[in-house]
Design a protein around this ligand. Structure first.
Ligand code: HSE
Length: 403
């Protein structure tokens, strides 16, 4: 029997217990041993809960119990979660987590501690919820040089953008509806400003490079400036607008990582990813594109990924599962130097000024819309575009990167 503990009995933590209970036979068979939840750490008590007796309030009870071999950290945050994870790994207890913030911030350090103590720090649930993406990058695509990862990594913003696209509603309305449905937090900043997607692409970029990609250095733009009018133009051109998290190899030792809304063609498979779903497109130099799609959030999908890590840890007790993510910082390319085309929305009547700033582009008007027009620029560097766009002052109403 392998005894485990769950830190945090919230949405994901209670999901972990549920997955282990509901899929007991399968989980035990695949682990090669019986998995038993011995402790649940939480500040609260849970009177009447079937696992009430397993709830403890003191982490020391768990970390000092030699029977505990695996811990699921589903607390979130980078304070106590970091201290507890470190203490567990230093005792040789493997840790499986859904905590993307902690993985993005302390991943290489915690992986090193795990390696030094013959245990594992696994984080399948930290990116893409229930979608297997960490394991494919670590163990499946090992014959590939990964050239690019493009992901829709945030379910809340994808739900919001999908609603805006389908129903033509304004950002504020769709945010309110997402909050009512429980998809968006009361303070939605981490999602709508792109910070959540940024942490996730930092993790994927680090695995792609085998070196650390610091999330605080990734250019990040959220969806707060996207309007119903932008979608009207996207629709008229058979395009979609998605919050994309991208990591692209620029040279063998340089990577471009960024998060921003991007207008993509209807033929792009990512344009078909709607609602709270996530998807990750991985481009390898031999395989070409492969895509991973599914539920990127939610209690049971996320818990399922945590439990898949528990099974992996159970199969590798006392052995280290290789994960290439060094402490050394990867070289990050400067976004300013990247070349692409842009969509610009401008006030009606300023066509000449926009064409003069971006010669050779293409205008688009929508019958019945008199207040503005759209313009697709040619390819240019981000820096060149920003200077020209800024020079247009209040003539322009918004801009979106093109794929
Ligand atoms: N807030 C995140 C999302 C939860 O909307 O995708 C999963 O990480």
């Amino acid at each position: 029997m392998i005894q485990i503990a769950v830190l945090g009995y919230g949405t994901v933590g209670s999901g972990v217990v549920e997955v282990i209970e509901k899929n007991k036979d399968m989980v035990n068979k695949k682990s090669g041993d019986e998995i038993e939840v011995k402790y649940i750490l939480d500040l609260r008590d849970f009177p009447g809960d079937p696992y009430e007796a397993k709830v403890v309030h003191d982490f020391d009870v768990i970390v000092n119990d030699p029977e505990v071999r695996i811990i699921c950290e589903t607390m979130g945050g980078v304070g106590a979660a970091y201290q507890f994870t470190k203490a567990a790994l230093e005792k040789g207890i493997s840790v499986c987590t859904s905590n993307k913030e902690l993985v993005a911030m302390h991943g290489p350090e915690l992986l090193t501690i795990a390696r030094e103590h013959n245990c594992n720090y696994l984080f399948e649930a930290s990116v893409g919820g229930g979608i297997p993406i960490i394991r494919p990058l670590n163990y499946s695509l090992t014959a590939e040089k990964i050239e690019k990862i493009t992901g829709i990594l945030n379910g809340t913003t994808n739900y919001m953008l999908s609603k805006m696209e389908r129903e033509g509603v304004a950002y504020e309305d769709v945010l309110r509806r997402a909050q009512e449905k429980g998809y968006a937090e009361r303070n939605p900043e981490a999602d709508v400003e792109g910070h959540d997607a940024c942490r996730k692409i930092a993790i994927l970029s680090s695995l792609m490079m085998g070196k650390n990609v610091d999330s605080s250095k990734i250019y990040t733009e959220g969806i707060t400036a996207i309007t119903a009018a932008d979608f009207a133009y996207a629709k008229a051109c058979k395009k979609s607008i998605k919050l994309l998290a991208v990591s692209q190899l620029i040279s063998d030792d340089e990577v471009l990582a960024m998060v921003s809304p991007v207008m993509i063609d209807a033929e792009n498979p990512l344009s078909m990813v709607n609602g709270v779903f996530n998807a990750v497109m991985v481009t390898g130099n031999m395989l070409g594109d492969s895509m991973y799609y599914g539920k990127g959030a939610g209690k049971l999908p996320t818990a399922s990924a945590v439990v898949s890590d528990v099974v992996d840890c159970a199969r590798h007790l006392g052995k280290v599962i290789m994960c290439f993510w060094d402490k050394e910082d990867a070289k990050l390319a400067c976004v300013d130097d990247m070349t692409r085309a842009f969509f610009v929305r401008a006030k009606a009547g300023v066509q000449d000024a926009v064409k003069a700033a971006f010669p050779g582009g293409e205008s688009i008007t929508i019958p019945g819309r008199t207040e503005d027009f759209g313009y697709f620029t040619g390819r240019m560097t981000e820096k060149e575009f920003a200077a020209k766009y800024d020079s247009l002052g209040d003539k322009v109403l918004g801009r979106i990167r093109m794929e």
